[in-house]
Design a protein. Structure first.
Length: 227
């Protein structure tokens, strides 16, 4: 998980993963004498996605769009609709607005957004797409009642079971043209934590090796006494 956060530090719209801890008592601790405090140890139960917003970086590219606030763009993948905060879009030769992976970006009407590639594209804060002062389409920006129901697909896409958690239109997010949202991961923090994990692993590995060596010596000593 930590390595994946570090690897996607430069991926626009990437949301880092974190772990959810709980405490547990061992079987031995459960039978501790009255008046004593049985030792409790942390246990990683599951991981969760941090959907906090990353910093918005100006690019000057009119097809780069950043969401300031909660929400997701909608794109059509071969496996169905996907949701993303990565607004690094491009135009196909036919003028269709697409993600970097070639998925069609959807408008509020559920249809792909198609523009004239020979004319400048202007996009308002509410997602209205204009060319020559005329409204062409309006970007779909949706939200979810429970973002924990979203599952990751690749570095910056999310999917959900539409039958149990359908998206709903949202006006909480402001679209900023010519900007991109950076990943919200903290590479320095993840690197330090990864080093600590490796050190803990090495310590445990060394302890297991010492334990195995002690068991071997005990068996050899017992064999000498009984021989």
């Amino acid at each position: 998980m930590l390595a994946n956060n570090i690897a996607n530090t430069s991926a626009p719209g990437f949301k880092s993963d974190r772990e959810f801890y709980n405490l547990y008592s061992s079987t031995e601790a459960a039978g501790a004498p009255p008046g004593t405090a049985p030792e409790q140890l942390p246990l990683i139960e599951r991981q969760w996605t941090d959907f906090s917003q990353g910093s918005l970086t100006p690019t000057g590219n009119p097809l780069d769009l950043a969401l300031n606030g909660k929400g997701f763009f909608v794109a059509k993948s071969p496996a169905g609709p996907v949701y993303t905060r990565n607004g690094s879009f491009q135009l196909s030769p036919s003028g269709r607005l697409e993600t970097g992976d070639g998925y069609a970006v959807e408008g509020q009407d559920g249809q792909p957004i198609v523009v004239d590639i020979s004319k400048p594209v202007e996009i308002d804060a509410d997602g209205t797409v204009r060319q020559d002062g005329q409204d062409v389409a309006k970007l779909a920006v949706v939200g979810f009642r429970d973002t924990s129901a979203l599952s990751k697909r690749g570095s910056s896409y999310f999917q959900t079971d539409l039958s149990t958690m359908p998206p709903v239109p949202t006006a909480e997010a402001e679209i900023q043209q010519g900007k991109i949202e950076a990943a919200n991961s903290q590479p320095a923090e993840s690197a330090v934590r990864l080093v600590n994990v490796l050190r803990q692993f090495e310590s445990l590995q060394k302890a297991l090796t010492i334990g195995s060596e002690m068991n071997r010596q005990v068996i050899e000593e017992v064999a000498k006494v009984t021989s």
